[in-house]
Design a binder for this molecule. Sequence first.
Ligand code: ADP
Ligand code: MG
Length: 249
Amino acid sequence: MTAIAKAPLIDIADLTKSFEGPQGDTFTVLDGIDLRIDSGEIVALLGRSGSGKSTLLRIIAGLIPASSGKVDAGGAPLVGANPATAMVFQSFALMPWLTVQDNVELGLAARGVGRDERRERALQAIDIIGLDGFESAYPRELSGGMRQRVGFARALVLQPDLLLMDEPFSALDVLTAENLRNELVELWTQDDFPTKSVCIVTHNIEEAVLLADRVVVLGSKPGRIIHEARVRMERPRDRQSTEFEALVD
Ligand code: ADP
Ligand code: MG
């Protein structure tokens, strides 16, 4: 019996991305990027500010196109928005005039999910992420940590094949960030967590090692992958930065 290999969630080869500068010149932000994310992997994209991490994540989400190179999603070239992904943003990006419940339901409404199913799925996501009892609250009534929980619920409710997170903890104070990070580690090892594959952007190496199975480091100017490592520890909480196995250097 031959196993049928599942197509990678994302398969990027020799990708470049250039932007137009203020004088009409072009500058290259990403150059020669090869990145493959398989189902079930948790990948951290690590790099300094300006190395192109957010740009790469937005290309994976299909929010912006690559300038050249291959971007396949689920075995086919990605055209337009990537429906298999959902994004958690650094700045939360909640709708301030909507309640928690309505913020979480919004993406489902946009995808044409009916009212009853929206409600049920939103309540489930709200429950999983620890926002029980806050359904009718408005974002302004919530702390930063609680707001980002809404950001997570809004992404999780879409049950994406690949959850994308762009520095989801960096707008939070240190303790709140640590709590939420640790909770997530617990959550996504549980069977009922809706999403098994994650790509998280961070500039925090501790965070990368705690959360990810694989760490990919982007260098700057132009952004290219300068290092890739697998994190070896089985239990996420026991991971230490010293437990790296270099794959590429
Ligand atoms: P990071 O997330 O690693 O901090 P970004 O991907 O946000 O890096 O940005 C990488 C570089 O690309 C920066 O120099 C930034 O100014 C530039 N850049 C990002 N988006 C655009 C855009 N839409 N137009 C022009 N330049 C951009
Ligand atoms: Mg960024």
